[in-house]
Design a protein around this ligand. Structure first.
Ligand code: PLP
Length: 486
């Protein structure tokens, strides 16, 4: 090919040859996903040769590309396979993968409208589609794509704080009349504590409210805690409702939380990072009733909506507030947007900014909302099937009522042996460690109500009954094998 490694500039033939080489690997990988194990058997893992020396002079592109594809695929942990029943990490749609290549190629700088007119418009259009399904009129919302739920939650809490104290962005925390307090369920995501720490408010001022047996926030306790905090001179500021808890998939009573926030004049943020996807299902979106009354919402397309990382979304019913929190001027930034939309750097924590929306835009244009409706229906049915099959083994009991596609089980052996929670957690770890040993599947343990449970979920659009059956067989065998050792 006459390849000059000292130059980044490849000729058309080289670009095409390397591109075809990669797309062939990607295509073969996608074809393998219905039967691919999550990872290598335990004895074959970790055989990747390190490259401790900084490559001073390059090597042949085709050979390096081929070898890194082989290593990453052979030695990889394959979240996209149909056999992955782990955390909220999906199989990416193929259209999204193509969109990612296009975005990297065009490299639009979404910080300003002037350098990304169409790209920014498409991003705004995508946010508009999401807002419509939430039930918001397109003129009355603001929003931004984020790196994920963490950033979106951080931004939502910053909006709530600035809403109550408009000068806080300039003046800092010293002028506050009292210590603000935020509320969320004991089952909510740790990004909320992280956010309060980074906002300078203190992690301990996220008051976690106990959850009931369905892992939903207890409204009476929340109400009582707000009164207690007020009486103690604290300043209740916001409530976060979770739509789809990380451990169990539970949805807090969003309408009741919206009522409570209205009554107490509190900011209402909904962390719908996972279950926000339900807005795309006509049949199931009612499960999110009340979310449309939120002041701000987090929704992650890189969870249930089958997008590759990174794709998070923050939406708010207070568009002007975004500029109050994130707007800034310096000499090298344009003073105002050249079009009807605000510059993205003024409405988000990011400056240089990737186009994280195109993958979702393209997937929706090619497959349409109805494809998501079917995906959600199928996965809810498959999760019900998983529940039925696991219970039928007789080795496990349901630890939390199933809300969506996440399941929490407890090993029956823990009850038979009258184990305390610490011993149960050890038993669950022993079971879970047997599942990934041959590399075929992957599930995890977590705690719900502070108690150890086995956690698994349907997340890949490729998973079918046969994948569930194989997992259940393994779960049954693992319970037996652990029982024999007791
Ligand atoms: C309920 C919930 N909120 C927020 C997050 C954080 O999202 P991300 O990982 O996209 O930052 C997660 C992650 O699993 C989550 O489950």
């Amino acid at each position: 090919m006459g390849f000059d490694r000292s130059k980044f500039e490849l000729d058309s033939e080289q670009r095409q040859q390397l591109g075809y080489q990669l797309i062939d690997r990607i295509n073969a990988y996608f074809s393998s996903l219905t039967h691919r194990p999550v990872q290598q058997p335990v004895e074959l893992r970790g055989q990747f040769p390190p490259t401790p020396q900084l490559p001073e002079l390059g090597e042949d592109a085709s050979r390096v590309l081929d070898s890194i594809c082989t290593d990453l695929i052979d030695q990889g942990f394959h979240v996209p396979t149909a056999n992955y029943f782990g955390l909220m990490n999906p199989t990416p749609t193929y259209m999204a993968v193509l969109a990612e290549a296009l975005v990297a190629t065009l490299n639009p700088q979404l910080a300003t409208q002037a350098r990304s007119q169409l790209a920014s418009r498409l991003e705004h259009e995508t946010l508009g589609w999401i807002a419509q399904r939430v039930g918001w009129e397109s003129e009355n919302f603001g929003g931004t794509f984020t790196s994920g739920g963490n950033e979106a939650n951080f931004s939502g809490l910053a909006l709530g704080l600035t809403h109550r104290f408009p000068n806080i962005i300039e003046d800092g925390l010293l002028g506050l009349p009292a210590q603000p307090v935020f509320y969320a369920s004991a089952e909510s995501h740790h990004s909320l504590e992280k956010s309060l720490g980074l906002l300078g408010l203190g992690r301990k001022f996220l008051h976690r409210i106990p959850a009931d047996h369905r892992a939903q926030i207890s409204l009476n306790t929340l109400e009582a805690q707000i009164q207690t905090d007020r009486a103690a001179g604290l300043l209740p500021l916001a409530v976060v409702g979770t739509a789809g808890t990380t451990s169990s998939g539970a949805i807090d009573p969003l309408s009741a939380l919206a009522d409570l926030c209205a009554r107490h004049h509190l900011w209402f943020h909904v962390d719908a990072a996972y279950a926000g996807a339900l807005i795309f299902s006509n049949q199931h979106r009612a499960l999110l009733a009340g979310m449309e009354r939120a002041d701000s919402i987090t929704l992650d397309p890189h969870k249930w909506l089958s997008m590759p990382f990174a794709a998070g979304v923050l939406l708010t019913r207070h568009p002007a507030l975004l500029e109050s929190v994130f707007g800034i001027d310096t000499a090298y930034l344009p003073k105002s947007s050249s079009g009807p939309l605000p510059d993205n750097f003024r409405i988000s924590a990011q400056w240089s900014r990737r186009m994280n929306s195109l993958k979702f835009w393209l997937t929706l244009r090619v497959h349409g909302r109805v494809a998501y409706e079917e995906l959600i229906d199928n996965q809810l049915q498959l999760a019900a099937y998983l529940e039925e099959k696991v219970l039928a083994t007789g080795s496990y009991t349901l630890a939390t009522p199933r809300a969506l596609t996440i399941l929490n089980f407890r090993a029956r052996l823990a009850d038979d042996l009258h184990l305390d929670d610490e011993a149960t957690a050890t038993l669950h770890r022993e079971i879970v460690n047997q599942i990934p040993a041959d590399g075929e599947h992957w599930i995890s343990t977590t705690r719900v109500h502070g108690k150890s449970v086995l956690r698994m979920m349907v997340i890949s659009y490729l998973s079918r009954k046969e994948h569930v059956d194989a997992l259940v067989t393994k779960l049954h065998a693992a319970a037996h094998s652990v029982a024999l050792q007791k």
